[in-house]
Design a protein around this ligand. Structure first.
Ligand code: NOJ
Length: 562
């Protein structure tokens, strides 16, 4: 099913290899619970998304990715799905979803939805049936139940730790009241892992894919795409002390990047091919390098993978040059576009992250007692420069809601407001991800800054956010919002997403300089101002003084011919 309005968009129906929309699209991540609340309960919802689509058209994005809105007890903000084919009442109804999809397609914008195949909620009917059915049953075989170690099975089957902290195993009480088997959960204990060696699990996800494809979605963002298959025998594994939570940086982690996972995506690729209109799969696969990540986007697998090596790169010219070059080699080498991403709902927002002064492993978050807290104005300056670089890169770029407003991580959330399971499972040792999930400020003087008509917000918004509200930025040419609008318009007009990058010679080491089409991009990541070449300024991330590009500033130029 392809909406006629989408068909009118240039290139929309051009399915020649190389012309598919997802190769060049700017995709805006909506985290529904924090985007816009229409019902007034303090949690964003689908009608809230529909109400703001014109704002996203005005911003200039090509597609939306919606984090989970399916039925869920919300123990991990919807990444614990109890019914994959229904909308949670918190967010609305299936009818609200259809209305949103139609409204979005009518404006020429695509939608991809989140798919969470590694685990379900413990409230999913399958898991409840597994608990009731007992050891050895086909119901238990859909998940990873095992006998415990020790004389009475009182020890977990192996030493794996949950990504959110604490053991990755929980022991169940059997129907007769005795302590029984253990089940694996790489995340919260309310998120039991499926057993993907079970054909019944595979068949169920084919059904789920078709359910949403039939409704008209343009694709899926696939959660924990590197984790579905576990090494045979579930051997013990101890990560290095400094490892971050999702990383899988090591080559031999028995639960990340197992070779068998790729067959799942080949199967899904064939299903998407049954549908018209270039449907796409995007992998959330935390891998250490672009080459590793590119294994998920070989021609018969997924279409895109988040470029986390790029996201995890420090604000450092040499490191950025390396990761950009490696990305533009590794992804095209398998026929895929590179993606670019700086923020999402799992990482410290880049307006804060780029100015941290201490190591902060992904997932740990920052809070009142963290060391190395960011300096706000340095963070914002760097974030604007980093986005100016990112949006000039060829390939597909992801924007996380609120980064176009320059929102920082909220560091001082009160302890009793925090909801990330990481916070609870580590007894407050890790703050977790709530600080990047605070609801969006739309209007500087409205209750909850226009997020919710009642002024209720599931996480408190900082008092300083009035100045960052969308309505406070929209008419200010120097605002972060105006910068994003200018960059996105110029990127589209100059077709930078489908362009190619050439590094420019003769610049200092700490100045990043490249050409994409007729745009010269220069970013000053050094410690002294840098003289800007003569040319027509398309956009700058900050003011230029006397022809000099200040530190932590980036510019797009059309350079005068010599
Ligand atoms: C990755 C998601 O982005 C994150 O928010 C979630 O907690 C885990 N996967 C588990 O589903």
């Amino acid at each position: 099913m392809t909406s006629p309005d989408l068909a009118e968009r240039p290139g929309a129906l051009d399915s020649r290899p190389g012309a598919e929309w997802w190769r060049t699209a700017v995709i805006y991540q909506i985290y529904p619970r924090s985007f816009a609340d229409s019902s007034g309960d303090g949690i964003g919802d689908l009608p809230g998304v529909t109400a703001h689509i014109d704002d996203l058209v005005e911003l200039g994005v090509d597609a939306l990715w919606l984090s989970p809105f399916q039925r869920s007890p919300q123990k991990d903000a919807g990444y614990d799905v109890a019914d994959y084919c229904d909308v949670d009442p918190l967010f609305g109804t299936l009818r609200d979803f259809d209305t949103m999809l139609d409204a979005t397609h009518a404006r020429g914008i695509r939608i991809i939805v989140d798919l969470v195949p590694n685990h379900s909620s413990d409230q999913h009917v399958w898991f409840q049936a597994a608990l009731a059915a007992g050891p050895g049953s086909p119901e238990r075989a859909r998940y990873l139940f095992r006998e415990g170690k020790g004389t009475h099975g009182q020890l977990p089957p192996n030493n794996w730790e949950s990504v959110f902290g604490g053991p990755a195993w929980t022991r169940v009480v059997e129907a007769d009241g005795t302590p029984g088997q253990w089940y694996l959960h790489l995340f919260d204990s309310t998120q039991p892992d499926f057993d993907w060696s079970n054909e019944e699990v595979r068949e169920e996800f084919r059904r789920i894919l078709r359910f949403w494809l039939d409704r008209g979605v343009d694709g899926f963002r696939v959660d924990v795409a590197h984790g579905l298959i576990k090494a045979a025998g579930l051997p013990d594994y101890t990560p290095p002390a400094e490892a971050d939570s999702m990383g899988g940086e090591e080559p031999d982690v028995p639960y990340w990047g197992q070779p068998g996972v790729h067959e799942v995506y080949r199967d899904w690729h064939r299903i998407l091919d049954e549908y018209t209109g270039d449907r796409a799969l995007c992998a959330e696969a935390w891998r250490p390098t672009a080459d590793d990540t590119a294994l998920w986007v070989r021609p018969d697998e997924m279409h895109q993978a988040f470029n986390f090596p790029y996201l995890q790169t420090e604000w450092d010219a040499a490191e950025l040059r390396t990761v950009i070059s490696e990305s533009l080699r590794a992804f095209p080498a398998v026929g895929a576009p590179s993606t670019w991403v700086l923020s999402n709902h799992d990482v410290v927002r880049h307006a804060s992250r780029l100015a941290l002064t201490a190591v902060n492993p992904q997932g740990h978050g920052i809070g009142p007692l963290s060391v190395g807290k960011p300096i706000a104005d340095v963070g914002l300056r760097r974030a604007r420069a980093a986005s100016t670089v990112m949006l000039a890169l060829p390939g597909s770029a992801y924007i996380y809601q609120g980064e176009e407003l320059g929102l920082p991580e909220v560091v001082d959330l009160p302890d009793d407001a925090r909801q990330d399971p990481t916070w609870f499972r580590t007894a407050g040792e890790r703050y977790g991800r709530d600080g990047c999930r605070v609801p969006i400020p739309w209007s500087s003087s409205a209750p909850a800054y226009g997020f919710s008509p009642t002024g209720i917000s599931w996480l408190p918004q900082p008092a300083t956010w009035a100045a960052l509200a969308r309505d406070a930025q929209i008419d200010d040419p120097g605002s972060t919002l105006s910068l994003y609008r200018a960059l996105l318009a110029a990127r589209r007009e100059r077709e930078l997403g489908g362009g190619s990058l050439t590094w420019l010679e003769g610049y200092p080491d700490r100045v990043l300089a490249f050409q994409n089409g007729n745009v010269t991009v220069i970013a000053n990541i050094g410690s002294a101002p840098f003289a800007v070449p003569h040319g027509n300024v398309i956009a700058t991330s900050g003011p230029i003084h006397d022809g000099m590009l200040p530190v932590d500033t980036a510019i797009w130029l059309e350079v005068d011919e010599a």
